[in-house]
Ligand binder design. Structure first.
Ligand SMILES: O=C(O)CCC(=O)C(=O)O
Length: 316
């Protein structure tokens, strides 16, 4: 597998938990700038969670993703080992709505037997359980290989979501400008925004420079049999909802392989056994580290990121 972070502490944390948090990845001014760039979509979003990349107007999508890309990419590159930009979007939860985002893994962007793709998820307002904070299942990116993409591939976790949420979720309450950087295979969830203010966030996916971006697709005829692998270009996600509005077959992309795939939904017992075998001991060891050590670690990384890498004066 490729190395993700240049910094050993971050790499170690990522290898155990599947994510790291960088306090004040964006400073107050940068957060305000992004908030001023955001434009509400013209479509009726009706309280729902929405990503700006999901709309039809390509001009709108570009206007909103380019400022995110330009701000986040240089900072991301300074943390990562030979990565590059793939996509970015605003992620918005309207207030007072039943708009939790159910526990899931992101789609595969690269071949995960060789590479990690990561997403930088950065709220532009302070987040907590009441307004759409991020929750993760520590280390879940390492449970088993999974194929995700398009509307038709069922998740192996679908039957155990309530069990996982009851026993394994960790909330990661972030301040505006803090970043959580996680493996796209990590199980994650965001709570409903029950507050009276909109929850704004941005997300940017970065992939290793040596990885080719791919998309997995399962057609109805192939359900329970196999998944097709497509090589995609860098604009695939910018045009996704224009080219494949109903999650259509990506016939304009080059098919580069077929993976045999019969769906085996995990049971609670199977999940429990898998988690114990693959993840629990490593996560537990970290959990038992004195909280002060972890705090020092984060403050240290925050200082390094804020002062030497990003030349920010925001961190006290
Ligand atoms: O921004 C959010 O609330 C959740 C976004 C998310 O998990 C996703 O787009 O995969």
């Amino acid at each position: 597998m490729n190395r993700v972070f240049t910094n050993d502490l971050l790499q170690g944390q990522f290898e155990t938990d599947g994510y790291v948090v960088i306090p004040q990845f964006l400073n107050t001014e940068e957060v305000q700038n992004l908030l001023s760039v955001y434009q509400k979509p013209v479509d009726n979003i009706n309280g729902k969670f929405h990503r700006t990349l999901q709309f039809q107007s390509v001009a709108y999508k570009k206007d909103l993703s380019i400022p995110v890309k330009e701000l986040v990419t240089p900072k991301a590159l300074s943390l990562l080992e030979d990565y590059r930009y793939l996509l970015s979007s605003f992620m918005v939860k309207e207030p007072k709505a039943d708009n939790a985002f159910e526990l899931h893994q992101n789609w595969n962007f690269v071949e995960e037997d060789k590479f990690h793709s990561v997403v930088f998820w950065i709220p532009l307002v302070d987040t907590d359980a009441d307004n759409g904070a991020m929750y993760v299942v520590k280390g879940s990116n390492r449970l088993l290989p999974t194929y995700r993409g398009g509307p038709n591939i069922p998740s192996v976790f679908e039957a155990v979501i309530p069990y996982i949420k009851e026993h394994y979720l960790t909330i990661v309450p972030l301040k505006a400008g803090d970043a959580i950087i996680f493996d796209d295979a990590l199980l994650h969830y965001t709570s409903a925004n029950l507050s009276s203010s909109t929850r704004y966030a941005i997300a940017q996916v970065m992939i290793p420079k040596t990885a080719r971006p791919i998309h997995y697709y399962q057609s109805a005829e192939n359900a329970g049999k196999n998944i097709e692998v497509f090589e995609i270009d860098d604009d695939f996600y910018l045009y996704y909802y224009n080219r494949y509005p109903l999650g259509n077959y990506p016939s304009d992309c080059r098919q580069i392989g077929i993976v045999p795939y019969s769906h085996n939904a995990l049971t609670n017992n199977q999940f429990e056994a898998l988690y114990r075998k693959k993840i629990a001991s490593a996560v537990e060891t970290k959990k038992n580290e004195p909280i002060e050590k972890v705090k020092r670690f984060l403050a240290n990384v925050g200082h390094k990121v804020g002062i030497s890498i990003f030349n920010s004066t925001h961190i006290s």
